[in-house]
Design a protein around this ligand. Structure first.
Ligand SMILES: NCc1[nH]cc(CCC(=O)O)c1CC(=O)O
Ligand SMILES: [Mg+2]
Length: 335
């Protein structure tokens, strides 16, 4: 057999924009984006997050104002993360299910003005515990599973009542998806979706987020390794995901994102369910640092980084770049 050259020229299909477009296997659109935002108490409050340049924490009034811009850009889902004052944090995290809590109020305010925008809410106790862990502690400092799940159920119900379209448990307690699903059904919230943070790793990439919500300083024990996953494992991720699907998750998530795209791919191949990934705060921070130094081209790298998630099998991406990416996509489409 002679060599296939020159009949098979891989470069042939790369010669023109239109050809490349024709054979592109994956595409990023604004439909794929979920925008995580931080909510402050009070009014007319706007605070930068030093470790996340370009990200601002906003009080509800400003959040509603800014949301008009995001909606105009085509963003359809917003994930809310409340910043709880230290004075409201307790051992038992009861602020988590306060119907007048910050997340609950923010959801009602946004729903009123933008009924078509989907609201996703974080189910976990870390913004509300005085010790910064995602659950209730026993006397040794261990996060108690079943006791924590009882509180998560109340939190999820209060979010559904406040208008959450998607509740997203990010706590990594065992059995919480099944318990929350059952409670939602019993309360008549049959169409509230659950996006499970199923394969959530004990990652050092969450640092800037913990600055943003003010839980960094107070994490007792310093890490979350007794409930979040070991970065060494992937078979375990599939086991976690299988359980969450069985318990009633509508969508599953892998987190962090870029360093864990192998897990996204394995998840999609194995389960074929709606699969999401979170490009977390640390990933955002390192990109921004490189952009600020002129080391990477901001526009090209943002779109490439997000397209990589699609290629790995993600159906959507939580990203702090969402508005910027939407802007870039709009620009691309009018070219
Ligand atoms: N359970 C809370 C939660 N929900 C999302 C993130 C991280 C998001 C990010 O880093 O952007 C965290 C932090 C943590 O688990 O410590
Ligand atoms: Mg699990």
């Amino acid at each position: 057999m002679s060599s296939p050259f020159p009949h098979r020229r891989m470069r042939r299909l790369r010669a023109k924009d239109a050809l490349r477009g024709l054979v592109a296997e994956h595409r990023l659109t604004t439909d794929d984006l979920i925008y995580p935002v931080f909510v402050l108490p009070g009014e007319n409050a706007r605070e930068a997050v030093p470790s996340m340049p370009g990200v601002e924490r906003l009080s509800i009034d400003l959040l509603v104002k800014e949301a008009a811009h995001w909606v105009a850009l085509g963003i359809k889902t917003i994930a809310l993360f409340p910043v709880t004052p230290m004075s409201l944090k307790t051992e038992c995290a009861s602020e988590a299910f306060n119907p007048e809590g910050l997340a609950q109020q923010a959801m009602r305010a946004l729903k009123k003005v933008f009924p078509e925008v989907m609201l996703m809410s974080d189910i976990a106790l870390d913004p509300f515990t005085s010790h910064g862990q995602d659950g209730l502690l026993d006397e040794t400092g261990y996060v108690m599973n079943d006791e924590t799940v009882e509180v998560l159920i109340k939190q999820a119900l209060s979010h559904a009542e406040a208008g959450a379209d998607i509740v997203a448990p990010s706590d990594m307690m065992d059995g919480r998806i099944g318990s929350i699903r059952k409670a939602l059904e019993e309360a008549g919230h049959i169409n509230t979706c659950i996006m499970a943070y199923s394969a959530k790793y004990a990652s050092a990439y969450y640092g800037p987020f913990r600055d943003a919500v003010g839980s960094a300083a107070n994490i007792k024990g310093g890490n979350k390794k007794t409930y979040q996953m070991d970065p060494a494992n992937t078979d375990e991720a599939l086991h976690e995901i299988a359980l969450d699907i069985e318990e009633g998750a509508d969508m599953v998530m892998v987190k962090p994102g870029m360093p864990y795209l192998d897990v996204v791919r394995r998840c999609k191949d194995e389960f074929k369910v709606p699969t999401f990934a979170y490009q977390v705060s640390g990933e955002y921070a390192m990109h921004q640092a490189a952009f600020a130094n002129g080391w990477l081209n901001e526009e090209a790298v943002i779109l490439e980084s997000l397209l990589a998630f699609k290629r790995a099998g993600a159906d959507g991406i939580l990203t702090y770049f969402a508005p910027k990416a939407a802007e870039l996509l709009a620009k691309q489409n009018t070219k």
